[in-house]
Each structure stands twice: as structure tokens, then as C-alpha cells.
Design a protein around this ligand. Structure first.
Ligand SMILES: [Zn+2]
Length: 293
């Protein structure tokens, strides 16, 4: 991670539906999948990339794509690679998010800025001069954004991967942007950092995934990793359920937590030997231990 530079490559943008492109993260750590969704009147950008330089590249790409149409920005949750470029859009786009995410940005944004600057020189350089943006429009639970001939659904899911997760769907294209509620080819990211941040909830995350998986979108754009279909939702749900089951089974027997972590980690690696992000398994176990009833 030391010199890792999380660069958004806008040249890799792929058209997935009419007037709708995704800038894929190409499995690069701390780069999110980014969406640009057009209607006759306006264009919505989903995620900024980490820091102002990435966000400027995304904004320039979106402005060219828009050809004079009005711009909107939304982010799936407040984590830095998703939202810490939003200030670049100020005055150029209307930044629209759910209330819980706006609260996360204000309350935890500055702390996460400090934490991410400690991840390595490359990341720190990307975050130089960043200030946490304030959204222009904030909604409570649901917002239907009419882009002209295309309505995009913005929905707060309730606390799961973070306190303020939001899912963005484009019904006419059968597309769902999940943010970090879903990651492809890696273990689910549990930002469990007690005592600073314990908002992630494995139990609530499972409940959210049950609702999302039932909707069977045609294309799922995960927060990180390759795009897929509804199997990405089912895969995340299966993993989270298995993680809870294996953790709680051992918790019931009053096993020490380090033994639980070691055994569950081994079981998960056995189940998914090819998945990245192994460090998130033990954070998930710790979170679920704390949520054990
Ligand atoms: Zn995240």
C-alpha cells in the first residue's frame, strides 16, 4: 500500500446501456466503479474517485459526455474513494445524497481523511488539500431523479456497510449501483475500527442484501471489482450469512475471540481461495462477535 496510487482511468469507460457508461476500477485498490448516467435533460455521476485530481478527470469526462446537459453527482456512501472528490463538482453539478450519508460526511469525514492519509504516500498525495464537501440537496429515504426520459432511483438502505449507504438503480436499464454493499472477487469490506468507527453491521447488512437480491437486476455494479449480474448479490448474501453462522456457532461455545477469528478465517479462505482482501475477514468476525445476541 505504501506507494500505491489509486488512479481512475476514464479512458476505460464502457457503455453498458444507451447513454450510460461505467468507468471500471480494473480491480485497482481504492478505486471505485464509477457510473455516468444520461437522460435528455441531465446527467448523473455516481462516485468521484479518491481526491481532487481523480474527481477532475471524472468531471471532465462527464461534462464531455453531457454535451451541455445539467450535471448531478451522488455518492453511494461517505468513504474517501467514493466521495472525497465531491468539492471539485461544486458549482458544476448538484450534489445529492441521503441524510444519513450527509451526516456521515460531516461527522466522520475529517477522521477518515486523517486515517486514509496514513495509508501511504500515494494515497496521501491524492488527498492533499481535500476538504469534505457538503451536499447541495439531501433527501431522507428515497429520491426519484428525473434526468429526462429516464428516472433514476436513489434509495437509502439503512445502516449496513456504513451508517449512510445508498443504492442507485436505473430501472429502464436494469442496473444497480451498490457501492461497497457488494464487492466482486474479494471478501466483504467491514470498516470495523473500534473505538473510532463501529457503524458497520453484519446483521443489518444481511437484511439489506436479502432485499436487494430479491430484485434481480440485470447488471450489478459493485463498489469494487468486476461488474456482474444478480449472482453478485446472491454471492455477497451467501458469504455474509456463512460468516455470521460460523462466527456465532463458535461464539455460542464461549471460545476465545482469537480462536474464533483463526478458525473462521481458515473456513472462509477454504471456501473462497481466490478472493482478495483477506484482511477484512477478521474485521467481519469481530463485528459479528459484537453483534452476537
Ligand atoms: Zn466503503
Amino acid at each position: 500500500m505504501m506507494n500505491h496510487d489509486p488512479v481512475v482511468q476514464v479512458a476505460g469507460a464502457e457503455e453498458l446501456a444507451r447513454d450510460l457508461v461505467v468507468i471500471p476500477n480494473r480491480r485497482v485498490e481504492l478505486v471505485p466503479n464509477i457510473g455516468v448516467i444520461g437522460g435528455t435533460r441531465a446527467v448523473l455521476v455516481v462516485e468521484t474517485g479518491l481526491g481532487p485530481a481523480n474527481a477532475e478527470a471524472v468531471l471532465a469526462f462527464a461534462a464531455e459526455f453531457a454535451r451541455g446537459r445539467e450535471l448531478y453527482l451522488t455518492t453511494t456512501h461517505f468513504h474517501p474513494e467514493h466521495a472525497f472528490g465531491a468539492e471539485v463538482f461544486a458549482g458544476r453539478a448538484t450534489y445529492l445524497v441521503n441524510q444519513a450519508q450527509a451526516d456521515d460526511l460531516a461527522a466522520k469525514g475529517p477522521g477518515y481523511l486523517g486515517m486514509f492519509k496514513g495509508l501511504g504516500e500515494g494515497v496521501a498525495r491524492r488527498l492533499e488539500g481535500v476538504s469534505v464537501a457538503a451536499p447541495d440537496v439531501v433527501y431522507a429515504d428515497a429520491y426519484d431523479l428525473d434526468l429526462g426520459g429516464r428516472v433514476v432511483h436513489l434509495r437509502a438502505t439503512g445502516r449496513a456497510h456504513s451508517r449512510g449507504d445508498q443504492v442507485v438503480t436505473v430501472p429502464d436499464a436494469g442496473m444497480m449501483f451498490t457501492g461497497d454493499l457488494v464487492e466482486a472477487g474479494q471478501f466483504a469490506i467491514f470498516p470495523w475500527f473500534p473505538p473510532h468507527d463501529t457503524d458497520v453491521s453484519g446483521v443489518r447488512w444481511i437484511a439489506v442484501m436479502e432485499r436487494l437480491a430479491a430484485r434481480l437486476p440485470r447488471v450489478v455494479v459493485p463498489g469494487h471489482g468486476d461488474l456482474g449480474g444478480p449472482e453478485l448479490l446472491a454471492g455477497t448474501l451467501d458469504y455474509l450469512r456463512l460468516l455470521r453462522e460460523e462466527t456465532w456457532l463458535r461464539r455460542d461455545s464461549a471460545m476465545p475471540e482469537e480462536t474464533i477469528v483463526a478458525e473462521v478465517r481458515a473456513a472462509m479462505l477454504d471456501r473462497h481461495p481466490d478472493w482478495a482482501g483477506q484482511e477484512w475477514i477478521e474485521k467481519g468476525v469481530a463485528c459479528l462477535c459484537a453483534e452476537h445476541l
